[in-house]
Design a protein around this ligand. Structure first.
Ligand code: F6R
Length: 244
């Protein structure tokens, strides 16, 4: 695993945004895998700034987001689709038909998961997958468990994950969905390149587990140790528990 440590989250985000801009130039049809959450917000801000300066052209790129809630319409506050629209898609020149998202309103959710896998396959696979990480080591909504699921699937959300998403629903836990759809571990690990971003002290313990611990289903992100091209992009607080 390559590890890059930056003084603060803004510098980490700016470095990754510049790299993505270069990739967009070199490989305009790049397929990006994207996360939601607090961590990538500065990344999306930097990408929008680069786009406004004419340095990031998304016109031919495709995106696949990692996950979506079940039962929340895509345009509605709280949905990850809406989050992405506000943070990135509405502010850059991406072709709307190139935005790929799980539909948590689908009548047949299992068929929806299969459709997503096929769509990733048809797009030629994910070139660069950006990830955040939960404090418990989850990636996407692949939560710590005795067994992990390989492909895109339905997930019963654990209470900590529901709580950490409550702000998207005005802090009202009753409105936070109990189910989501998520790319699976193999879907993520098949990306040609993975960049995991972790910022803030609350991520320090799980980051150390990912780097120095064993590979275990109890820390889903530890499976990234098996990937040949993974980079961890950290700020100093997130790197503070790394044993040398
Ligand atoms: C969201 C996702 C999650 C988050 C993780 C960290 O699409 O895939 O795995 O990356 O929960 O969330 P933040 O960045 O809010 O700490």
């Amino acid at each position: 695993m390559n590890i890059s440590i930056f003084d603060n989250e803004k510098l980490a985000a700016a470095a990754l945004a510049r790299r993505i801009a270069v990739r967009l130039k070199d490989q305009p049809r790049i397929v990006l895998g994207l996360p939601t959450g607090r961590t990538p917000v500065p990344l999306y801000r930097e990408l929008v700034a680069l786009h406004k300066r004419g340095e990031a052209d998304f016109s031919r790129a495709h995106t696949f987001n990692l996950d979506e809630f079940v039962g929340v319409p895509p345009g509605q506050p709280g949905s990850y689709r809406r989050f992405m629209q506000e943070q990135l898609f509405a502010c850059v020149n991406i072709d709307p038909s190139h935005i790929h998202f799980l539909n948590g309103m689908a009548d047949d959710l299992d068929a929806e998961c299969d459709r997503y896998e096929q769509e990733i396959h048809r797009a030629g696979g994910i070139d660069l997958q950006v990830l955040g990480i939960g404090t418990n080591g989850h990636i996407g909504f692949n939560e710590p468990a005795r067994e992990l699921i390989a492909r895109t699937h339905r997930v019963q959300l654990l209470e900590p994950s529901r709580k950490s998403n409550a702000s998207l629903f005005g802090g009202d836990m009753d409105r936070v969905p109990r189910e989501a759809l998520s790319m699976g571990m193999a879907t993520i690990l098949q990306a040609r390149e993975v960049v995991l971003m972790a910022t803030g002290k609350s991520k320090a313990r799980c980051v150390n587990g990912v780097v120095n611990g064993g590979i275990t289903t109890r820390v889903p992100a530890s499976f990234l140790q098996l990937h040949p091209r993974v980079e961890l992009l950290l700020d100093t607080p997130a790197a503070s528990s790394l044993s040398s």
